[in-house]
Design a binder for this molecule. Structure first.
Ligand code: ITT
Length: 188
């Protein structure tokens, strides 16, 4: 029986990545283009679980939410869970300014997915990708901080210089999705 997954996100870039990965495994995806209230916490898993429960109460079983962020080592993990706010306020340029003259360019994207099944059972899946911050933005694809994130395992291009399919080979979100697919028995 085909699973129906209700993906709740206000972010079209996230939807595209999640839809591409899940539909290729035979899942029927519905986009609920809404922003769910987010808990204040430093822990992405905790934030996404609270949002997931709220979404389950509103839209019922089969809901999937994802919370993610960019964690910059030299900035003590900032902006982390505040990434959406930092992106909306100071943006890519503002973050680069904070990094001016900083030698250590290491950063991580982290993702936490909450899936609540039709019978109400809650699961959380996480994924990470390590990279470095570019000196200048490059590329027009992706969203958010993609123009300045160069994944360590890649070929030197930023995520914004990759197709969705290429980004999905390395990304934090793709790694969390792999765990979800395994949980649903849809890998291999
Ligand atoms: P929803 O909460 O509605 O899903 P959002 O964009 O507000 O959408 P988050 O609260 O999870 O989502 O914030 C994630 C932010 O972290 C996002 O806005 C980007 O600035 C950044 N981010 C996360 N994953 C990213 C990725 O794959 N590429 C670039 N930036 C990313």
């Amino acid at each position: 029986m085909a699973h129906v997954v209700k993906i709740v996100t206000s972010n079209p870039g996230k939807w595209e990545e999640l839809y591409t990965m899940l539909s290729s495994r035979g899942l029927d995806c519905i986009w609920i283009r809404e922003r769910v209230r987010e808990l204040q916490s430093e822990d992405l898993a905790e934030i996404v679980l609270a949002s997931g429960i709220e979404a389950y109460e509103k839209w019922g079983g089969g809901v999937l939410l994802e919370d993610s962020g960019l964690f910059v080592t030299a900035l003590g993990g900032f902006p982390g869970p505040y990434s959406a706010y930092v992106f909306r306020t100071i943006g890519v340029k503002g973050l680069l300014k904070l990094m001016e003259g900083v030698q250590d360019r290491e950063a991580w994207f982290k993702s936490a997915i909450c899936y609540i099944s039709p019978d109400g059972s809650q699961s959380i899946f996480t994924g990470e990708v390590k990279g470095i911050l570019a000196a200048e933005p490059r590329g027009t694809g992706g969203f958010g901080f993609d123009p300045i994130f160069i994944p360590a395992e890649g070929d030197g291009r930023t995520f914004a210089q990759m197709t969705v399919g290429e980004k999905n080979l390395y990304s934090h979100r793709a790694r969390a999705v792999q765990k979800l697919l395994k949980h649903l028995g849809l890998t291999g």
